[in-house]
Design a binder for this molecule. Structure first.
Ligand SMILES: Nc1ncnc2c1ncn2[C@@H]1O[C@H](COP(=O)(O)OP(=O)(O)OP(=O)(O)O)[C@@H](O)[C@H]1O
Length: 263
């Protein structure tokens, strides 16, 4: 269509995630105080801010991880691919296939490397061995672990180094083909070389996935993210292109935080 050719292609991309009017409580404590945020597909967004400002709470809303927490309640709407993930009858298992999560501490299961990556497929009831084999190989390749483990697929995932374990956990997440990956301080327990590998991986993964990463490491946010959101005391203070946040923040609080004046 003629019209298509004159529309800026970036405008045609629908937001991947839209959060509106989000408030969260843990019992009486108001942890998130009214946040709106839109996240574009195939971007890396970093959540930064001092300890306790609500970054993890906000992140965990996107795959309903907070549902398990005693005393949790929320207000507001979160749409993923246009559909409200908190409406009644949402299949949370399906949601978590779409929205994978990687935690701070690598948490492989006490199973073989192969079985770790195959796990999500098997609990979906997939039994086709050839399909599982192919998906395990491609997931390990995507995280750059295949060459390191291809002769040891029966070895326990727990026998790998910390950095390899974290890449294994990312491969386990990728195997079920999510479109969004949530990462809660995924490198804070890793050495600098493993951290660099994960950062490189995140950079590559955004071609296919939308990634949100909580990090305390300002340099890391600057290196790998397209957008940065600065949280403080349960509020979203500033959310912009990472370049702007780090070189020309609009709010004094943001500047104080990124220059290390508090936090
Ligand atoms: N399960 C819970 N029960 C009660 N309060 C909680 C719970 N989880 C978090 N909080 C509180 O909610 C606020 C936000 O916590 P959250 O973990 O989201 O912050 P954060 O910015 O991710 O912190 P950090 O950087 O230290 O991980 C904090 O005051 C915290 O104490």
């Amino acid at each position: 269509m003629v019209l298509d050719s004159v529309i800026d292609p970036s405008l045609k991309k629908i937001p991947k995630i839209e959060a509106k009017g989000i408030k969260v409580w843990y019992d009486e404590f108001n942890a998130i105080k009214g946040i709106d945020m839109t996240i574009k597909p195939n971007t890396v967004t970093a959540f930064i801010g001092p300890s306790g400002c609500g970054k993890s709470t906000f992140l965990r809303l996107f795959n309903r991880m907070n549902d398990y927490v005693d005393g949790f309640s929320m207000e507001g709407k979160i749409k993923i691919n246009g559909s409200n993930i908190y409406k009644k009858n949402v299949n949370v298992e399906e949601l978590r296939k779409e929205v994978g999560m990687v935690f701070q501490k690598p948490n492989p299961f006490p199973k073989s490397i192969f079985d770790n990556v195959a796990y999500g497929l098997r609990i979906q009831g997939i039994t086709d061995k050839k399909f599982i084999q192919e998906r395990v190989v491609s997931s390990l390749q995507q995280v750059g672990l295949w060459e390191e483990v291809k002769d040891d697929l029966k070895k326990s995932g727990l026998a790998l180094s910390g950095g390899q374990q974290q890449r294994l956990c990312i491969a386990r997440t990728l195997a079920v083909e999510p479109s969004i990956i949530l990462m809660d301080e995924p490198t804070s327990a890793l050495d600098p070389i493993s951290t660099a590998k994960i950062e490189e991986l995140i950079f590559q993964l955004k071609e296919k996935y939308t990634i949100i990463i909580v990090t305390h490491n300002m340099q890391q946010a600057g290196r790998i993210s397209d957008y940065t959101a600065f949280f403080y005391l349960g509020e979203l203070i500033e959310y912009n292109k990472t370049k702007n946040i780090f070189t020309n923040p609009e709010k004094q609080q943001t500047e104080n935080y990124i220059t290390g004046r508090f936090g």
